[in-house]
Design a protein around this ligand. Structure first.
Ligand SMILES: [Zn+2]
Ligand SMILES: [Zn+2]
Length: 81
């Protein structure tokens, strides 16, 4: 379930060179604990060692659910309205 085709394309993006999406420069967005994050490629060879939470889709502007806290593993998904 994604807000638009561009987001879906990115989340489904896979490449033969990089099995790990965090290592692939073509992957921009990662789903993180119910929310969405933009890869921060400050790791070795551009590895996405972390993500920055994004509140809105960069392509269509749809408001995105927030990333859940790490220590709240079983956080239920909240409806965004
Ligand atoms: Zn979108
Ligand atoms: Zn790649």
């Amino acid at each position: 379930m994604t807000c638009c085709d561009r987001m879906a394309d990115d989340l489904n993006q896979s490449c033969e060179l990089h099995a790990d999406r965090a290592a692939c420069p073509d992957a921009m967005i990662e789903r993180v604990r119910g929310g969405y994050g933009l890869y921060v490629r400050d790791g070795e060879n551009g590895y996405g060692s972390s993500v920055i939470e994004i509140a809105y889709c960069p392509w269509c502007g749809t408001k995105l659910p927030p990333i859940g806290d790490l220590d709240l593993a079983a956080l239920p998904e909240e409806g965004i309205g």
